[in-house]
Write a protein of this length. Structure first.
Length: 226
């Protein structure tokens, strides 16, 4: 059973969500404070309400992201928070605004898990051998993993999607619009600064391995470092 970490201080909402998620086959660990959420482990996806009693939700999201690469879906009641979530690098993979239905949450959870989870190793080749090789980097789209010199580089969903998209045509300049359309969901209408933030984290994680070059007035291109 997929374990969902639900961080929500409103017990009525938490109970209805936990019941609903259980009906769809998810195991729910419910925590009502940020500190309890940070102590949790073994979960595969996080549902995080931003309005918590003991901690700023955005700070908690950033903190969780430092410890885990699993998908984080942020729940918020305030539309101005959505702007902040998409505009800043808090590490969330998706967001849902209150009020929401359980089915909407389940659909979002399934969607992020589908993108995040490596598929079972069937078919030709084993994970660890297949994929696109870009210099010292190997990108395994089937398993959604990236290796540098055989060592895995942990990436978030969006970082992987972004890198994977740029690597589809090495050296080609992609416009910001092309990238945003391909990598971000249609409902994610955030400021394009989000793209720059993700480019920044990818550059840091792959420093000295590949070069994500800024193409002035256009967008970005991926180059191999030789
Ligand atoms: Ca709350």
């Amino acid at each position: 059973m997929t374990k969902v970490l639900l961080v929500e201080d409103d017990s009525a909402i938490a109970e209805s969500l936990a019941t609903g998620l259980a009906r769809y086959g998810f195991a729910v660990q419910w925590e009502s404070t940020g500190s309890a959420a940070l102590a949790a482990s073994g979960f595969e996806v996080v549902l995080l309400d931003l309005g918590l009693p003991d901690m700023d939700g955005l700070d908690l999201c950033r903190e969780l992201r430092r410890h885990t690469d699993v998908p984080i879906i942020v729940i918020t009641a305030r539309s101005d928070e959505i702007d902040t979530v998409v505009g800043l690098e808090v590490g969330a993979d998706d967001y849902v605004s209150k009020p929401f239905g359980v089915r909407e949450i389940v659909a979002r959870v399934r969607a992020v898990l589908r993108r995040y989870r490596p598929r079972t190793a069937s078919g030709p080749g084993h994970a660890g051998e297949s994929g696109t090789v870009v210099g010292r980097m190997r990108l395994d789209r089937r398993a959604r993993r990236v290796y540098v010199d055989s060592r895995e580089v942990p990436l978030t969903l969006k970082e992987f999607d972004l890198l994977s998209f740029l690597a589809e045509d090495l050296g080609a300049a992609f416009t910001r619009e092309q990238i945003l359309e391909a990598v971000w969901d249609a409902h994610w209408h955030g400021p394009t600064r989000t793209l720059d933030v993700h480019i920044g984290t990818l550059r840091r994680k792959l420093d000295g391995v590949v070069n994500i070059e800024t193409v002035r007035g256009v967008g970005f291109r991926l180059e191999v470092l030789t």
